[in-house]
Design a protein around this ligand. Structure first.
Ligand SMILES: NC(=O)c1ccc[n+]([C@@H]2O[C@H](COP(=O)([O-])OP(=O)(O)OC[C@H]3O[C@@H](n4cnc5c(N)ncnc54)[C@H](O)[C@@H]3O)[C@@H](O)[C@H]2O)c1
Length: 338
C-alpha cells in the first residue's frame, strides 16, 4: 500500500530534493513548512519535476494546534523532520531563537505525532555532533560534543529522540548525520538558495561564478591537511535525499533508534572543490585566503559503512557531478527563487 510521509521543512534545500526522491519512489508526500528559510516556488518546482501533486501546509511546527490539524487531516505513516534553523554563526548570536525553534519545535512535533499514533521519524542530524574531534573518518560510535548552539540543538534532539524510544518501544527513530550536502537536482529547477552571504562553500563559489560576489573567502590555509585548506566530506544532495528513502524502507526492520552517517567517506579540500569547479564549468573563481573561522576543524569525513551494510545505501555521485549541478542551478536561477 502507498505510504504517506509528512515532510517538515519540505520546501527547504534538502527537503525539496527528498520530496522528489520520495515521489519518484512511489510515496505520497505532505509538506509542512513555515517558509522562514524557503520559498513556495520550491514545492511547485518539485511537482514540475515529478509530474506529481502534493499538499503543502504553510504551518510552523511550534504551532501545536495547527500542526495537530494537519495530522488529523491526513493518514500519515511516518515523518521526515528537516524543519529547523541551521546557521552556526546566527545560532551564536541568537541562541534562544535556535533552542526554541529547533528543540521546542521537535518536542511539539513528537507530542503531536504521539497523539496521532504516528511513531516513526527520520531526523536530520549533522556531522557537527562529532564536535572538535579530529579522529577521521568518523564512525557513528565516535564521541559526540558541540561547540555552538546549533550543534547543541542537534545533540539535544538526538538525546530527546533516544529517550522517547526508551519510554515507548512503539517508536522508531532514525538519526541521519549528514556531512556536507552540495549540488542540485540535474534539472536545475531546485537547488540551494541561502539568504545573504552564504556560510557554505559551494553556494559561495557559485555566487562568485555568477557575479553576485566578487571573491571567494577561504578560511585558513594552514591546517594540517595536504594543501592546508579544510577537508570535508561533500555529498551530492540527491545521494543524501536517496539515503532518506533507504532509511524509510528500513524502518520496518528496525526497533528503537538507529544512527547512520550519510557521507561519501572521502575527504576533499576547499581548494580541490574550487579547482574542480573551475575545470568542469570553465569559470575562474578568484579567491583570497582569510583567517580560520573559530570552531572549524581541519578535517571531517564519514565512515559510511554502516549505511552501506544496513540500508544498502552508498553515495554514487562524483565531485564533478556536484560542481556541474551546483552551477547549472545557479546559472538558471542567478538570484535563487527570488
Ligand atoms: N545543509 C546542510 O549543510 C546541513 C547539514 C547537516 C544537517 N542539516 C540539517 O538538515 C535540515 C535541512 O537543512 P536544509 O539545508 O535543507 O535547510 P533549509 O533551511 O533549506 O530547510 C529547512 C526548512 O525548514 C523550514 N523551517 C524552519 N523552521 C521551521 C518551523 N518552525 N516550522 C516549519 N518549518 C520550518 C524552513 O523554512 C526551511 O524550508 C536542517 O535541520 C539542518 O539543520 C543541514
Amino acid at each position: 500500500m502507498q505510504q504517506t510521509i509528512l515532510v517538515t521543512g519540505g520546501a527547504g534545500y534538502i527537503g525539496s530534493h527528498t520530496c522528489v526522491c520520495l515521489l519518484e519512489a512511489g510515496y505520497q508526500v505532505i509538506v509542512v513548512d513555515n517558509f522562514s528559510n524557503s520559498n513556495i516556488i520550491a514545492p511547485e518546482r518539485v511537482q514540475q519535476i515529478t509530474g506529481k501533486t502534493f499538499t503543502v501546509h504553510p504551518v510552523d511546527i511550534c504551532d501545536r494546534k495547527t500542526l495537530a490539524a494537519v495530522f488529523a487531516e491526513h493518514d500519515i505513516d511516518a515523518v521526515i523532520h528537516f524543519a529547523g534553523f541551521k546557521a552556526v554563526g546566527e545560532s551564536i548570536e541568537q541562541p534562544l531563537n535556535y533552542y526554541h525553534n529547533n528543540i521546542y519545535g521537535t518536542i511539539t512535533l513528537c507530542e503531536v505525532m504521539a497523539e496521532a499514533g504516528v511513531k516513526t521519524m527520520i531526523f536530520s542530524s549533522s556531522a557537527t555532533v562529532y564536535g572538535m574531534n579530529d579522529n577521521v573518518p568518523f564512525k557513528e560510535s565516535a564521541p559526540t560534543s558541540a561547540t555552538n548552539p546549533y550543534g547543541h540543538t542537534k545533540l539535544f534532539i538526538e538525546q530527546i529522540l533516544q529517550d522517547v524510544c526508551i519510554a515507548d518501544p512503539e517508536w522508531t527513530v532514525t538519526l541521519l548525520r549528514y556531512f556536507n550536502p552540495v549540488g542540485a537536482h540535474h534539472s536545475g529547477l531546485i537547488g540551494e538558495d541561502p539568504n545573504g552571504v552564504p556560510n557554505n562553500l559551494m553556494p559561495f563559489i557559485s555566487q562568485v561564478a555568477v557575479g553576485r560576489l566578487k571573491k571567494l573567502k577561504i578560511f585558513g590555509n594552514d591546517y594540517p591537511t595536504p594543501d592546508g585548506t579544510g577537508v570535508r566530506d561533500y555529498i551530492h544532495v540527491i545521494d543524501l535525499a536517496d539515503g532518506h528513502v533507504k532509511a524509510l524502507e528500513s524502518t520496518g526492520k528496525q526497533k528503537g533508534v538507529a544512527i547512520y552517517n550519510l557521507g561519501t567517506g572521502h575527504g576533499i579540500s576547499v581548494l580541490d572543490v574550487v579547482t574542480t569547479f573551475e575545470k568542469i564549468n570553465g569559470i575562474p573563481i578568484p579567491y583570497k585566503i582569510v583567517p580560520r573561522r573559530p570552531g572549524d576543524i581541519a578535517s571531517s569525513f564519514a565512515d559510511p559503512k554502516k549505511a552501506k551494510n544496513i540500508l544498502q545505501w552508498i553515495a554514487k555521485k562524483t565531485l564533478e557531478d556536484m560542481v556541474r549541478d551546483a552551477w547549472n542551478w545557479q546559472q538558471k536561477n542567478p538570484n535563487g527563487y527570488a
